[in-house]
Design a protein around this ligand. Sequence first.
Ligand code: AMP
Ligand code: ZN
Length: 464
Amino acid sequence: MTMTLYDTMTRSKREFIPIDSPLVKIYCCGLTVYNYAHIGNLRTYVFEDLLRRTLLFNGYKVHHVQNVTDVGHMTTDADAGDDKMQLAAEREKKSPWEIALFYEQAAISDFKALNIQIPEDMPRATDHVVEMIELIQKLEKKGFTYVTSEGVYFDTSKYPEYGKLARLNLSEQRQGAREEVIADETKKNPSDFVLWFLNKPTHIMKWESPWGPGYPGWHIECSAMSMKYLGESFDIHCGGIDHIPVHHTNEIAQSECATGHTFTNYWLHGEFLLTKIESDHDGGFGKESKSKGEFNTLKSLKDKGFDPLAYRYLCMQAHYRSELKFSTDILEAATTGLRKVYSLKRENDPLAHDNEAFQAAKTRVLDAINDDLALPLAVGYLNSYGSLSLWKEFDPILGLDIAERSNKAKEAIPAEVQSLIDLRNQARKDKDWTASDSLRNQLIEIGYEVGDGPQGTTVKKRTI
Ligand code: AMP
Ligand code: ZN
């Protein structure tokens, strides 16, 4: 079995070879827990879960780490503005710790509802301040830092490879910065970034440090925690594409300057989920983001009657490196598609009695998935085979609860439901439409889809 993955660093698909097979070490940038996750964030976590599950399906063991950002992520990725945690604490009149715990738990319940497997480690930034300080000291000893009234900075001019992931042109950036105003005038170079914030008296979360009381910059947490849990070099680092130019660029600078060797062997980035911009009358789409105020959460989809697994299924219908334009219409279509999968019948399975054909189909689907997670192609194949057993075979990757939901579709009709059906058939014979409608509603309420066939009322247990 060969897997290829698209590596942002080389801008190419590369065969995946782990450092210490069969173990695969993965680090994914986690949520900043200052609000509910929006469905764009969740798209990225579904993509990372599909990667994890594909590795497991291929026989690898996985050590997956996903941090929880509960301090230091400013309202811009480039250190300016305020700490998002601090703002949320002011907004909700709670402590930043209460905010963090609440939204971390909310995120975990979203992950569970979406069948996202919980990573082996989910370390919180605030529990790793000591490790971050040690890493900054290491960088300081090697001469990569300087201190100003604003904080301890990473000096990007000391690292010639700075910006290699995003292919940044630093001389252009410096030129540009001369024309724009650099937000922080104590910085030596526009691309320098904060490792430790100083002199922020109103910031609630603060720790002692060799440079004075303050709090860590956002990027240092990922370098410190990934290295603590996975070692100085590991296999795969993931995140959304927004992290390429700043966050991941800075993680690489800190980590490689501290250790002297490659931080991560494969960089995988998920494209954005876009939603309609209300004010755009041409029907334009923009990045789903919390700063817009109103944003879609898993709860808001559930409130509209959608099943979380329909959202998961929708995520598989766009390649992780393509934009996904979200609308309730396409979620509706995904729901209908998934309902069809759940109602596939064992008796009509075209591959059930032909092992050779089953194995050939399995290879075709797996080859697609192993080719940089081409889930849309794989799902297309699965739909064209229409084989319940093949869908079930891949459910360890898909995570759609195929066996449970399709059994539900085929459950025998209980006696009390049958008696409601009989009553409704009688009411229709008597042309008592009020009674017929009310019985129909009762059946819907207890979880059935109701239809009218030539023999009278038909029902099916609702699976989604
Ligand atoms: P954050 O909480 O902002 O650190 O984001 C958590 C994860 O969601 C990161 O991997 C981001 O890159 C990703 N992300 C943010 N916005 C979107 C979006 N609209 N679509 C897909 N992923 C996103
Ligand atoms: Zn990170």
